[in-house]
Design a protein around this ligand. Structure first.
Ligand code: GLN
Length: 485
């Protein structure tokens, strides 16, 4: 069963090959058997999952089943779930249980999906390797000594090892696409505003976007159909009609104009990764695509702009965790100031504190103009680069991540080095564009992700372009041998 995609499972459920209860039990069993080695889940909710599976089977008997009814899935532990712990992988929220569901959770539950649990992540989604979790690092199923990528590393590892058919992730600067790339799965960061941020614990509000992490582009389209939509409880939610993201999947891509930004293929890219990407581009050429070189001359500004804007917004968003209203409170505070200082000092991990300090500094009077305003101006330049390029090409392609998965601990001493690895993904968030990562092959036996970026609101196009590749290649079907059986 676990070899199957959502589309296939959906068919099997409809034909009565097995019930949602059987399917759910199968995946719960796999989690029990394998997650001790992966650490991809923070919470597994066996009882509620089995209850939802039974309701899904009942709905089917009554003829009320949709395409996602009865399909098991997992939520990144950043989405609030009513009655089930939401920790954001932080000591700060270790015992926090939200009294409501995030919009994404509400919508997927409404489709009758079965939530198996909450996946591990970098604390408050800050990181690229999933080494910054209060609950310990997640392991890459292709090599347990390696990182799965971050911050949605638990979701990526769980899907790659087929402990769950699909999961949600969030992407502020690459956190859906990077772990998707390093674990060999498909992940899309939708156009900013497509998916409601209501109940998704905020990291950097102008960049955060939730999205699906799946085996295939087709599955991502199926999930995005359920996740997307206007929500008046999120002030940046996009009030635009939601298309059927599966409608264009089978459109031929003959004549598709693909731009390869020359800045993406320069120093810093592991040549073995570059070879895999170029082979994937060749495949597109065979399908009738036209390849041209393009330039994003301001791409080098993305890192500096992001690492001011994201920390600035995080320092403001995380101010609410003060030991009074939410989360962890220190023992025996001497006075109010001591309560604030120690609750935050003890509740947050190192990386989160580093970001809060950078952000607070950048926003402080005297530095605001020099850092925050400047970063916003750089953000404008970056967006304009994309606008110019999309006058000439339909999509941009390149690597999602500059290397294959590295060893746990290998880069953790140097935060700057880790920030640089976001080179290919963060500009997309700064510009609010949709970005997809699909499995493109292997280098040194580890997966490589191809990133496909399109103009604003062209999510369907990306899924079409990803799906067509997956109709002609089999990289997305590869399962790490240890987890295949
Ligand atoms: N790696 C980036 C960071 O650490 C992006 C994280 C994310 O997308 N949530 O901020």
């Amino acid at each position: 069963m676990h070899q199957k995609t959502i589309a296939e499972l959906s068919q099997a459920l409809a034909q009565g090959t097995y019930s949602s209860e059987e399917l759910t039990k199968h995946y719960l069993q796999r989690i029990k058997q394998w997650d001790t080695s992966l650490n991809s889940f923070i919470t597994v909710c066996e009882e509620t999952a089995l209850a939802s599976a039974k309701s899904a089977d009942e709905a089917r008997r009554q003829g009320k089943a949709g395409p996602l009814t009865g399909i098991p899935m997992a939520q990144k532990d950043i989405f609030c779930t009513n009655g089930i712990k939401t920790t954001c992988a932080s000591k700060m929220l270790e015992n926090f249980t939200a009294p409501y569901d995030a919009m994404v959770v509400e919508k997927l539950n409404a489709q009758g999906m079965v939530m198996l649990g909450k996946t591990n992540m970098d604390e408050f989604a800050m990181g690229s390797s999933n080494e910054h979790s209060h609950f310990g690092p997640v392991k890459n199923p292709w090599n347990l000594d390696c990182v799965p990528g971050g911050s949605s590393g638990g979701s990526a590892a769980a899907v790659a090892a087929r402990l769950v058919p699909a999961a949600t992730g969030t992407d502020t600067g690459g956190s859906i696409r990077q772990p998707a790339a390093l674990c060999g799965i498909t992940g899309i960061k939708p156009t900013y505003g497509r998916v409601s941020r209501y109940g998704m614990i905020a990291f950097a509000s102008s960049l955060d976007q939730g999205g699906p992490m799946t085996q295939t582009a087709e599955d991502a389209a199926l999930l995005l159909n359920a996740m997307a939509g206007f929500d008046e409880r999120d002030s940046t939610s996009l009030d635009a009609p939601v298309p059927d993201f599966t409608a264009d999947l089978n459109q031929p891509i003959k004549g598709l104009r693909i731009g390869l930004p020359k800045e993406y293929f320069s120093a810093g890219l592991d040549p073995a990764v570059g070879d895999v990407i170029m082979a994937a581009i060749k495949e597109y050429e065979k399908l009738g695509a036209i390849i041209t070189e393009v330039s994003l001359p301001n791409n080098h500004l993305a890192g500096p702009a992001y690492y001011v804007i994201a920390p600035a917004e995080c320092s403001s968003n995380l101010a609410r965790f003060d030991g009074v209203r939410y989360g962890y409170r220190c023992k025996e505070p001497k006075n109010l100031e001591d309560l604030y200082k120690r609750s935050r000092g003890e509740g947050f991990g190192e990386e989160v504190k580093r970001r809060i300090m950078i952000g607070t500094y950048a926003l402080s009077s005297g530095y605001y103009d020099a850092y925050y305003l400047k970063a916003q101006q750089m953000r404008r330049l970056i967006s304009e680069d994309f606008k110019r390029v999309f006058e000439k090409v339909d999509v941009i392609m390149g690597p999602t991540y500059p290397s294959i998965a590295f060893k746990i601990g290998e880069h953790s001493k140097d935060p700057l080095e880790m920030y640089l690895s976001d080179f290919y993904t963060i500009a997309i968030n700064l510009a609010g564009l949709p970005g997809l990562s699909i499995p493109a092959g292997f280098a040194n036996s580890l997966p490589v992700g191809l990133q496909i970026v399109g103009p604003y609101l062209n999510d369907s196009k990306l899924l079409n372009v990803g799906h067509q590749f997956q109709q002609h290649t089999a990289w997305h079907q590869k399962i790490p041998s240890q987890f295949a059986k």
